[in-house]
Design a protein around this ligand. Structure first.
Ligand code: RIB
Length: 298
């Protein structure tokens, strides 16, 4: 593989941090407020870039004020951008409470009508390609059909959850979190042993490799039928938003460098943990040297 492409969503994230999340009908006072670019696709692209590989990002924004803010941020992050414009930029309203738990409501905007026809000249060869599921599933299917002919390696984050058989069967690695893995496997995951069983069910159903992201419990990898558990790097989390995206981007960077799944999962586990120690999605994503320092015990 020669480089990394990310195809997916980009949003403006409106983040409010309060002592506790509101319940239905309740109003709570926020102590902090942030406005940052986000979206699972853009977040993964930033994680790739910060961990040492300049990626190309394919996404769709609106013809509005938010688009300019986002483009400026992405350029500063050393990302090559292939952006198309629709009507409105996607917006995510993110509530975070002191424990680090969050609630997210997403208005898809232009992400919701991104299509392969927006990128008629795209030709991707021998690349690692990252997908998530915040753009139409048909668009992902169309891209995958085109990409499979050209020796690409496809990593799909089935998030937000949707079990599209074609996407799942035609990805080289799936990276569900615990909830998504439960849904894909049709069983509960309450322990590492449960995660191991779920990974076997998912691999059996979709004939691919699986990395289950278990948050503060680490990751369970089922690659070529070999199952391994990797512990998380322990941190004090303040906001877990985007941690899964950070994992995928960091994994892809290290996998491009080493071709080694175990090393890449260890690297991604540290990056994802560090990303939870600050607010927002990508503003808290670590750089390659921060992860290496921890790996070297400094
Ligand atoms: O995964 C986190 C992301 O989900 C946020 O950045 C938000 O935009 C939503 O898409």
């Amino acid at each position: 593989m020669k480089d990394i492409k990310v195809i997916g969503s980009v949003n403006i994230d409106i983040i409010m941090s309060s002592q506790k999340l509101p319940t239905t009908g309740e109003t709570v006072k926020a102590d902090k407020y942030y406005l940052y670019p986000g979206g699972k696709g853009a977040n993964q692209a930033v994680a790739v870039s910060r961990t040492g590989v300049r990626p190309e990002f394919f996404g769709k924004l609106g013809n509005d004020y938010f688009a300019e803010i986002i483009i400026n941020y992405l350029k500063k992050e050393n990302i090559d951008i292939a952006i198309k414009y629709g009507q409105n930029t996607g917006i995510a309203m993110i509530n975070v409470e002191a424990s680090g738990r969050n609630m997210i409501t997403v208005y898809p905007g232009s992400n919701g009508n991104m299509s392969i026809d927006d990128f008629p000249d795209v030709r991707i060869k021998n690349s690692i390609v990252l997908f998530q599921q915040e753009i139409p599933l048909k668009t992902i299917r169309d891209f995958i059909t085109k990409l499979r002919e050209d020796g690409n390696f496809i990593i799909t984050d089935p998030s937000p959850y949707s079990a599209d058989k074609y996407i799942l069967e035609n990805s080289d690695i799936l990276t569900p979190n615990q909830t998504e893995a439960q849904l894909l496997a049709g069983c509960d995951i309450n322990s590492i042993e449960d995660a191991r069983k779920a990974s076997e069910i998912i691999r059996g159903k979709y004939r691919n490799n699986v990395i289950i992201k278990l948050g503060s419990r680490g990751s369970l990898v089922n690659y070529n039928g070999e199952i391994k558990y990797f512990r998380a790097y322990a941190v004090k989390a303040v906001d877990t938003t985007g941690a899964g995206d950070c994992f995928n981007g960091a994994f892809a960077s290290e996998f491009l460098r080493t071709g080694d799944v175990d090393k890449s999962v260890e690297f991604a586990n540290i990056a994802a943990a560090l990303s939870t120690t600050g607010y927002g999605a990508f503003p808290s994503f670590p750089y390659q040297n921060q992860v290496i320092r921890i790996q070297e015990g400094n």
